[in-house]
Ligand binder design. Sequence first.
Ligand code: AMO
Length: 440
Amino acid sequence: MTIRTLVKNLAAAPDGPVSVSGWVETVRDQKKVQFVVLRDESGAVQLVHPRTDTEEGSQPDATAATISALTTGSFLTVAGELKHDERVKLGGLEVKIGELEVAATALDLPIAEDSSVDKRLDYRWIDLRRPEMNLLFRVQTTFLHALRNWWVEHDFIEIQTPKLMSSPSESRAELFQVPYFETTAYLAQSPQHFKQMAQAAGFGGVFEVGPAFRADPSFTSRHATEFVSVDAEMSWVDSHEDVMAMHEQLLVAGFTAIKQKHGDEIEALFGLEVTVPTTPFPRIPLAEAKSIVAERGYEIPRADADMDPEGERRISEYVKEQYGHEFVFLTDYATSIRPYYHMRHGDDPGLTNSYDLVFNGVEISTGAQREHRIDVLVEQAKDKGLNPDEIGVYLDFFRYGVPPHGGFGMGLSRVIMLLLHQPSIREVTYLFRGPNRLEP
Ligand code: AMO
């Protein structure tokens, strides 16, 4: 008989016969008694075996021999006697081994917790056995579930847009090309075009959680060549302010769910308290944010550019001091650094109705009101040096009536990395893809 559940159920169980299965985490092979810590995804329990072969002339102890030969990571099933004993550090529980079956023997594990991240990624399936890693993905599941619930409650429709495209979805840079029969296809950099198409289709509000691809050769802690993009788009907006209001409500829903479900575990394993953000999140126009950062001793290297990572870190620091908030919307980006499809200010075409959302020092999202008037959109595309024919089908979406709309894209791994104070998205992506990583 195999029972997969460890401490959670055993804690409430009376002393008596039990059967447990799990990975060998550690073995303490002492002269008179042996201890094995067994773990599964729900927790860990200590197994004990008092040796019967310690007296002179005693019979060989087959179980003791098996335990001595156990390797970390091997998978065991044990039938034994459960005993509650407060002295046992691990949940006050111990299982005295009766029968022991080694279901799968592990080779010597090639990684440890302190191995380099690259080495751990080579053996990701072993690294993921760590309780922190397991928690991380449970947190992510809860987060996405809460976001979905919020959208569904607000009548948004879930869409799945194609990842093979005939034209770039963002810029020509960072584009993966794929041979596609007689022609070339591109891997979607964002569901941008098709979430906007849903506005022309009268869907009102849509969302998608799916892969996005960027042929970005960088090795930073925040970039991947494939990442999960959390996207939303909605109609009838008056400005990017409506999009920000939706965005912050979603994050409050997501963080509330995480705190309720995993707050205690996060505190125990990561030493962190989850803060549910208050609304409205602080909003600072980008130009003002740059001045604040400059006054605090850091000049963004190019005055006409986006915030750089150091700028994002510093403005976050300021917002934390000033407003006690982990989030900040940087708004009203210059037209020169935004894509053609962002709506420009009516009274200042040098600025766009757009924002970036920075969380704990790193950009997690870009959002905007879109330009829905076809003639203006075509002019803006040309203005950016784009050939309208190349994005002909996208432009067609706007030729038959489309409501004012806006939305955002958010990198899932970045949110989880920053929430759990992890050093890189490599740690929080199920299987990371970067310029030199295609396996496993
Ligand atoms: P943007 O290009 O800013 O905007 O991307 C949106 C968010 O996606 C995440 N992200 C990445 N995450 C990991 N690795 C990457 N290489 C990477 N590139 C981007 C970031 C970023 O904030 N179409 C617009 C969104 C919109 O306006 O709706 C877009 O894709 O968290």
